[in-house]
Write a protein that binds this ligand. Structure first.
Ligand SMILES: Nc1ncnc2c1ncn2[C@@H]1O[C@H](COP(=O)(O)OP(=O)(O)O)[C@@H](O)[C@H]1O
Ligand SMILES: N[C@@H](CCOP(=O)(O)O)C(=O)O
Length: 309
């Protein structure tokens, strides 16, 4: 971090905002995991007035720069109003996370800008409050302000959104290596939510609550095998979205003895797997052959400040 004396004269803050993997099977709209890679780099700089947004990097041509349509702009606008900030800001986003990937691309911008603004104007909100602001961005990207990506992006580790209105987040720090495959297609979260049922059967509910409880228990017992087993047992969302991802079922079957768990990351098409140590490279190569891009990464610690000027 740049250690210049900034005091009141701080002009610019740059943060690294990570990808996140939501749902983890049975924890739809509740569970989220922060990843170390990929990530967006976001800087927020004071200007005279207004909110200006510039975007470059992965598929940046597809991302709106109007503040009301960009997730970062929506978050910035709300924070500046609530904290009565009279100056303007320029937000520069370098996308490292492909939009429509199932890796919380839109949320990374929301979470990153929330942290950068709070540092730049010395606002000191709680982490929970930052998640609340960041979740507003998801309203424009996904059509609902779900917080299961922004929560791990801000807290790091594994998070559970246990209540909306008021928002409640539980945080569990975890260490784990994960493989993320990114097939070369885009899935809009909004559309992947529309194919889900509005109501589910009692049996499906009992299954998913049971498996989700098992996953949380296994984290506290450090039992990665049990965590991965339950992660693959979602009966509600994953089976309905699996058909959107080419070769997903086929590959899942092929690697079932080489990973502790595998499921769709967020709304897809990204796939998250927890590989058994001895098969990491084998599974990585298989994913690369079928889907192209693969990240071998770890659970991360959340948005970090890179520079203050
Ligand atoms: N700052 C941003 N970063 C990424 N996507 C954004 C941003 N602002 C708005 N969007 C829009 O959000 C949508 C991508 O979000 P979403 O479908 O939830 O995918 P992801 O899983 O990658 O977050 C795209 O329509 C994109 O144009
Ligand atoms: N719970 C949401 C998560 C969407 O995550 P994203 O990374 O695809 O934006 C859902 O599954 O719809």
């Amino acid at each position: 971090m740049n250690k210049k004396l900034y005091g009141d004269k701080m002009r610019k803050v740059t943060v690294r905002s990570p990808a996140t993997s939501a749902n983890l099977g049975p924890g739809f709209d509740v569970f989220g995991l922060c990843l170390e890679e990929p990530y967006d780099i976001i800087s927020v700089e004071k200007i005279e007035d207004g909110i200006k947004i510039e975007v470059d990097g992965e598929k940046s041509g597809e991302i709106p720069t109007e503040p009301d349509k960009n997730t970062a702009g929506v978050v910035a606008k709300a924070m500046m109003k609530d904290f009565n900030i009279k100056e303007g800001i320029k937000i520069h986003i370098t996308k490292g996370i492909k939009p429509g990937s199932g890796l919380g691309s839109s949320s990374a911008s929301s979470a990153g800008v929330a942290v950068a603004i709070s540092e730049l104007f010395n606002l000191k909100p709680s982490k929970l409050k930052l998640v609340e602001y960041a979740a507003l961005g998801e309203g424009v990207a996904a059509g609902s302000p779900h917080a299961d990506n922004v929560a791990p992006a801000i807290f790091g580790g594994f998070t559970m959104v246990t209540n909306y209105n008021p928002l409640e987040i539980l945080h569990v720090p975890v260490e784990m290596e994960v493989l993320i495959a990114l097939p070369d297609i885009q899935i809009s979260t909004k559309e992947a939510r529309e194919i889900l049922p509005k109501k589910i059967e009692m049996g499906e509910m009992i299954n998913n609550v049971g498996k989700a409880c098992g996953m949380v228990y296994s984290l506290f017992k450090n039992d990665i095998e049990l965590f991965g087993k339950y992660m693959m047992m979602d009966k509600v969302v994953e089976p309905r979205r699996a058909k959107l991802i080419p070769k997903y079922e086929e590959v899942k079957e092929k690697v079932k003895d080489k990973v502790y768990g595998i499921t769709i990351s967020g709304a897809g098409p990204a796939i998250i797997a927890i590989p058994k140590k001895e098969y990491i490279l084998e599974v990585k190569e298989l994913f690369e052959d079928v889907w192209g891009r693969v990240y071998l990464t770890k659970v991360g610690g959340g948005v970090s400040v890179l520079e203050k000027l």
